[in-house]
Design a protein around this ligand. Structure first.
Ligand code: PMP
Length: 422
């Protein structure tokens, strides 16, 4: 009772304890600190390059400077092909700028079907399915065809999209040592016989530019009753008689040795998109079950129209292929002669990796090259195998001999300035 005789008002109860907010971004602190330390040394941000103008498949303007491009995947130089550009413009005029929907509903236009026809012609395949990116092609195909209780067996150096396809699916995942036929055989031998198994390989591994012994690996996979998927992202157009990839170059046949080929439009084809081709009689069922195909918008009509034209031109691009191989061999020999350590003994593909002692050296050479007017990729873990830092050069059929000579001279300067070579 109070003096007034009234009941005191009930005091508000203590507020419920509020848990301090957990900052979900604190996990990035080490990454942020590493980047700040790197930029603090005065180097340019290797992951913040802007192409202010693009003049050709091999030339752009970066920070106001004319720069030779040696770090794109424009292997066959198709991005400025007049027929490709005109196909894109016509589709843009006739069909508009986008599809506003999934392939499964309103998003299949004439040119999506035409791009799939072009792929069937290119690969001599019964079925072709176009995805919105190569990343999604791996994500969708792997996660859909290998299910719970089944197995995906993959090379330890597989591309992120292959790993992510495994994560998205419910199959058991088994890794084998990079390009080791023996390890593949050993690991397959330990698995139970009954469940379905998918062995996932790449024709060219994009960090070092090395190629897979597909013939031997497929023989082992088939011995153990596995289906085989090969990602030929970095070989389309210039490996094998028809440019189908490393599998073709090594005498393997789609439908007999290889069950699925994955590819992308973002490299030799010169636009964006991904695909899977196969001769499996039930392959079309994928269109009804594959989430990264169904639950995303389809590519704009202009993109698939450029892809279809480019793919058909790649079927007859013998002169470009020859030029690309000659460019790769020439630059590989030049860099080797200068004393750089390279990812492969010979020009096995159109990728040449220059191995560096550490991140500081890699970024130092990269910056020196950029200052001279040459762009290459810097690659670092986790993208690279076994903690290596490297500069990745990728050749185009459109690089001229004069450009390769200039590139060599710029590498010589940068290598000497940083102490990487004598
Ligand atoms: N597979 C491999 C081997 C790749 O290197 C890449 C991209 N670099 C992809 C798939 C994904 O292709 P996209 O760029 O079309 O998503």
């Amino acid at each position: 009772m109070t003096e007034t005789g009234l009941q005191p008002e009930a005091l508000p109860a203590d507020p419920a304890p509020v848990a301090p907010e957990r900052d979900l971004f604190s996990k990035f602190d080490a990454l942020i600190a590493e980047r700040e330390a790197l930029l603090g040394t005065g180097v340019r941000d290797p992951f913040g390059i802007v192409m202010e103008e693009v003049r050709s498949p091999t030339e752009a303007v970066i920070k106001g400077r004319e720069t030779i491009l040696l770090g794109t995947y424009n292997y066959m130089g198709m991005t400025f092909d007049p027929d490709v550009i005109s196909a894109g413009k016509q589709a843009l005029d006739q069909f508009g700028s986008g599809t506003n929907g999934s392939r499964m509903l309103n998003g299949t236009f004439r040119d999506h079907v035409d791009a799939e026809d072009a792929l069937r012609e290119f690969y001599g395949a019964d079925h072709a399915m176009v995805f919105s990116t190569g990343y999604q092609a791996n994500l969708g195909t792997i996660s859909t065809i290998a299910a719970k209780g089944e197995y995906v067996i993959l090379d330890a150096d597989s591309h992120a999209s292959i790993y992510d396809g495994c994560k998205m699916g419910d199959a058991e995942v088994v890794r084998f040592r990079h390009n080791s036929v023996e390890d593949l055989d050993k690991r397959l031998g330990r698995l139970p016989k009954e469940p379905g198994k998918l062995v996932v390989l790449e024709g060219v591994y994009s960090m070092l530019g090395d190629i897979a012994p597909l013939k031997e690996m497929v023989a082992v996979a088939k011995k153990h009753g596995c289906m085989v998927l090969v990602d030929e992202a970095h070989s389309m157009g210039f490996f094998g008689t028809h440019g189908r990839g490393v599998y073709e170059d090594q005498g393997l046949i789609l439908g007999e040795d290889v069950d699925f080929v994955i590819g992308t439009f973002s490299k030799s084809v010169g636009t964006v998109g991904g695909f899977c081709v196969s001769n499996h009689p039930k392959f079309e069922a994928m269109r009804l079950a594959c989430r990264p195909y169904i639950f995303t918008a389809s590519l704009p009509p202009s993109v698939v129209a450029t892809a279809a034209t480019s793919i058909r031109k790649l079927m007859h691009a013998d002169a470009k292929r020859a030029q690309l191989w000659s460019n790769a061999r020439r630059l590989h020999a030049n860099l080797r002669e200068l004393g750089f350590t390279l990812g492969t003994q010979a020009a096995d593909s159109a990728i040449i990796a220059v191995m560096c002692k550490d991140q500081e050296r890699a970024v130092g050479i990269w910056q020196s090259l950029l200052d001279q007017g040459l762009y290459v990729n810097v690659a670092r873990p986790p993208a690279t195998p076994s903690g290596t830092f490297l500069l990745r050069c990728s050749l185009s059929a459109e690089h001229s001999d004069a450009q390769i000579d200039r590139i060599t001279a710029m590498f010589a300067d940068a290598g000497r300035a940083t102490g990487e070579i004598d």
